[in-house]
Design a protein around this ligand. Structure first.
Ligand SMILES: NC(=O)c1ccc[n+]([C@@H]2O[C@H](COP(=O)([O-])OP(=O)(O)OC[C@H]3O[C@@H](n4cnc5c(N)ncnc54)[C@H](OP(=O)(O)O)[C@@H]3O)[C@@H](O)[C@H]2O)c1
Length: 341
């Protein structure tokens, strides 16, 4: 009976994957362990979704616990923080322990993000650089100082040592409301980060806004299509024969996108929805320096370019079907959700 360990079960991405695992046709043939910070949520998980699911109370900051839990798993889904090198090393150490015991390399499906591709356009210009996850030389040209990259490199290095097989999923701008029993039970964050943040700031300033002129481009992908990609990789692992581009390690990078947008197009959609509600002009305006300091105190990558094509996912049979139009159409509901929260 394969054992799965998943971190970030209460999160937007991790919860969407766990939802798929709980409804998987082979669910009775595997066990799932999750690490949850809230004791209250952990006991709800155990009561409602046992007996094949076990929730352990703890934090990824507890690297000893994390290592132990990873050492018990055949497959780890890591979905908490794409920048947490210490937690990732703890997971990898646990997987090395397992390999020492079993002589079989366990599987790590790790969450990164296409923020690794971002530049410093600040909304002022587009970019003609489009990354393909089939072009490994292009990816290897990325600076180790790019966001998430130090963690991704540690993951690839572990695979090269042979004790683990690693698959890195890099979502672009994820949008849409996560749904399912975990959301219904109040256990999972149903919302993403980028568009909800833009909506929140636009509502505060009572005017749809953007960074610079909003000329920069990002990929986008619906949360359900993202969850499908993780599960598609998981399902392929269970199969004996794999498509030729189903790579791990150095080539095991999987962008998640199904279209791209300028920041201006998102700002415009928000401005139009707000304007219809009697708030501001339908034309988005640039965040002032004061607003940038106020609303994005740690800086923001919203004005960067992060352009990519999910070629590897397509080659292995992943078929996302929501498009950029779906993303823009989802914005009205994002505004309503932010107002009512
Ligand atoms: N959303 C996107 O569009 C997107 C796109 C690309 C990459 N990513 C990256 O993917 C990662 C997950 O994103 P998300 O949108 O799913 O975020 P999220 O909804 O905030 O979920 C984060 C999850 O990690 C858990 N967590 C955080 N710190 C933890 C700790 N110290 N110990 C145990 N659990 C911890 C949270 O638990 P609690 O419930 O206890 O807080 C939650 O379950 C992030 O690194 C994000 O940057 C996201």
């Amino acid at each position: 009976m394969p054992s799965i360990f998943l971190t970030g079960a209460t999160g937007y991405i991790g919860g969407a994957i766990l939802t798929r695992l709980l409804e998987h046709p082979l669910q009775r043939t595997f066990t799932i362990t999750i690490l949850v910070r809230s004791a209250e949520k952990a006991s709800l998980f155990n009561d409602k979704f046992g007996p094949n699911l076990t929730a352990i109370v703890g934090s990824t900051d507890d690297v000893k616990l994390l290592r132990n839990l990873a050492s018990d798993a055949d497959v780890v889904f890591a979905c908490t923080d794409a920048d947490d090198l210490a937690a990732t090393k703890a997971i990898l150490n646990g997987m090395r322990d397992r390999h020492s015991d079993t002589r079989v390399a366990p599987i790590l499906i790790h969450t990164s993000g296409t923020g690794v591709l971002s530049d410093h356009a600040d909304g002022m210009h587009s970019s003609s650089t489009i990354y393909s996850d089939l072009n490994i030389a292009q990816l290897e040209g990325l600076s180790p100082d790019q966001p998430h990259r130090n963690v991704d490199l540690a993951v690839v290095e572990a695979d090269s040592q042979g004790y683990v097989k690693t698959y890195i999923v890099l979502p672009s701008t994820i949008y849409g409301f996560a749904s399912g029993p975990l959301v219904d039970a109040g256990l999972q964050n149903p919302r993403s980060q980028q568009i909800p943040k833009l909506v929140e700031v636009s509502l505060k300033r009572k005017q749809g806004g953007m960074v610079g002129k909003g000329k920069n481009w990002w990929g986008n992908v619906h949360i359900d299509d993202v969850a499908d990609l993780y599960i598609h990789i998981f399902d392929l692992l269970a199969k004996g024969s794999h498509p030729p581009d189903f790579a791990h390690g150095r080539a095991g990078f999987y962008f998640a996108e199904n279209g791209e947008h300028t920041l201006h197009s998102v700002g415009k959609e928000i401005a139009e929805v707000l304007s219809d509600m009697g708030m501001g002009s339908p034309t988005p305006t640039t965040f002032t320096e004061h607003e940038t300091r106020l609303y994005f105190p740690g800086g923001t990558s919203l004005g960067s370019n992060s352009r990519c094509r999910a070629d590897r996912g397509q080659r292995i049979g992943w078929r996302p079907f929501r498009t950029t139009r779906d993303m823009l159409d989802s914005i009205e509901a994002e505004v309503e959700a932010t107002i009512s929260q």
